[in-house]
Design a protein around this ligand. Structure first.
Ligand SMILES: Cc1cc2nc3c(=O)[nH]c(=O)nc-3n(C[C@H](O)[C@H](O)[C@H](O)COP(=O)(O)O)c2cc1C
Length: 335
C-alpha cells in the first residue's frame, strides 16, 4: 500500500484557499516519501535509529525501509524495490558514513535496483520528477571534514557520486543533511548527547522533506524532469584604482583554478566597463547549491578572498534565476 507524507492535508488546504476546485485521487494522496536506512545494524545504531524513529513520528505517512532487516542476506527483491521507487516522489537515503561512503547494504540496494532500463537508458534518466535527499552521519566531527582538515575534504565532496547518480537517473538532487561527531568509542558515555544530536538532525531533515513536499504538492518542478537547476549569480565590483592590477591577477588565478579543479563550476566570466576600467561585472554559474558550497571551501577561493579583501570600493551580489542558458559548448540539457 502506498504511504503518504501528509495524507489529506494538501488538498484540503488547497480547497480552503480556493486553489483546487476538485481533487483527483492522485492529488488527494500528496507527495509520497520513502526513507531508506542503509545502516547494517540498525537495532544497535544510535544516530540512524533515532533519525528514522523521529521521521516516523513527524511524518507518519512516510514509508520507512530498513535494508538490514529487509535483506539480512543481501538478496534484494528488485521487483519490490523498483515498485517502491516508482511509488515515491521524495526518496531519502539515510546512512552512517563507513570508509567515506554509504555502507555496503545501501550500495547493494542501489546497484540491484537502479539498473539500466529502469533508472536510465541511452536517452537519459527515467526517474524524472523524483527528488533525492541524502542524510548521513559520521564518527568524526564536522570540523574534520574540510579542505586540509583531518579528513581532507568537505562531506559534500564525498557525496558527489550519489549526486551524479541522481543526475543520471533523471532525479532532482535536493541536497543533504549531515551531522558528525557520533564517536564510536564514546557511544556509551555519550549516548544521550549523540541521541540529542540525532534528534536535531532529524528535525532539519523533516523540515527539508516538508519543504520539498510543498514544492512537489505545487506540482511545478523548478526545472524540467531530470534537470537540476544551476545556481547563477552576478557580481558587480568597483576596484580601488591602485589595486586594479593586483585584483585582476588574483581573480583570474582563482577563476582558472576553479574551472580546472571543480567540475561543479560551470562558467565564470568577468568583463570590465569600457568607460571605467575599475568597474567589473562577473557572471558565475554553478551546477547547484552543493557545487557552490564546495567552491567556497576550496583553497584557491579562500586565497582569493583573503588577498583581495581590501581592494574594492564596492561589491554588489545579485542572485538570479535562469531563463535560458545556452552556448556553443553545452546545450541547456547538459547544464
Ligand atoms: C566500518 C566503519 C567505518 C567507518 N568509517 C567512518 C569514516 O570513514 N568516517 C567517519 O567519520 N566515521 C566513520 N565511521 C563512524 C560511523 O560513521 C559512525 O559510527 C556512525 O555515523 C554512527 O551512527 P550510528 O549510531 O547510527 O551507528 C565508521 C564506522 C564503522 C563501523
Amino acid at each position: 500500500m502506498r504511504k503518504h507524507i501528509l495524507p489529506g492535508l494538501f488538498p484540503e488546504l488547497l480547497l480552503s484557499c480556493g486553489v483546487l476546485s476538485a481533487v483527483s485521487p492522485a492529488q488527494a494522496e500528496g507527495p509520497r516519501v520513502l526513507v531508506v536506512s542503509g545502516h547494517p545494524d540498525s537495532k544497535n545504531s544510535i544516530a540512524t535509529k533515532t533519525i528514522m524513529e523521529e521521521i516516523g513520528r513527524a511524518l507518519p505517512g512516510a514509508e520507512l525501509l530498513y535494508l538490514d532487516t529487509a535483506y539480512p542476506d543481501f538478496k534484494i527483491d528488485t521487483d519490490k524495490e523498483r515498485q517502491r521507487v516508482r511509488d515515491a516522489d521524495i526518496i531519502v537515503l539515510q546512512y552512517p558514513i563507513y570508509w567515506y561512503t554509504p555502507p555496503a547494504i545501501m550500495k547493494r540496494w542501489q546497484e540491484e535496483v537502479f539498473a539500466f532500463g529502469f533508472a536510465h537508458d541511452a536517452k537519459g534518466g527515467l526517474l524524472g520528477g523524483k527528488k533525492l535527499v541524502l542524510s548521513m552521519t559520521s564518527g568524526a566531527p564536522e570540523s574534520h571534514y574540510h579542505l586540509g582538515g583531518r579528513m581532507n575534504y568537505p562531506m559534500e565532496m564525498f557525496q558527489i557520486p550519489l549526486q551524479q547518480f541522481a543526475n543520471l537517473c533523471g532525479m532532482d538532487f535536493a541536497g543533504m543533511v549531515y551531522t558528525g561527531g557520533y564517536n564510536l568509542g564514546r557511544r556509551e558515555t555519550e549516548r544521550d548527547k549523540q541521541m540529542e544530536q540525532a534528534k536535531a538532525h532529524a528535525r532539519k531533515l523533516v523540515e527539508k522533506i516538508r519543504e520539498l513536499a510543498g514544492t512537489a504538492a505545487a506540482n511545478e518542478p523548478a526545472a524540467p524532469a531530470g534537470q537540476a537547476m544551476p545556481l547563477v549569480r552576478m557580481a558587480y565590483i568597483e576596484l580601488k584604482p591602485e589595486m586594479r592590477e593586483a585584483f585582476l591577477a588574483a581573480v583570474t588565478e582563482n577563476m582558472r583554478e576553479s574551472l580546472k579543479k571543480e567540475p561543479g563550476v560551470l562558467a565564470l566570466y568577468c568583463v570590465v566597463a569600457k568607460d571605467n576600467p575599475n568597474k567589473l561585472t562577473f557572471f558565475e554559474m554553478y551546477k547547484d547549491d552543493t557545487a557552490y558550497e564546495v567552491h567556497r571551501n576550496m583553497p584557491h577561493f579562500k586565497k582569493y578572498i583573503e588577498t583581495t579583501k581590501d581592494m574594492a570600493v564596492s561589491k554588489e551580489l545579485v542572485e538570479t534565476a535562469p531563463v535560458e542558458l545556452r552556448d556553443q559548448h553545452n546545450t541547456p540539457h547538459e547544464y
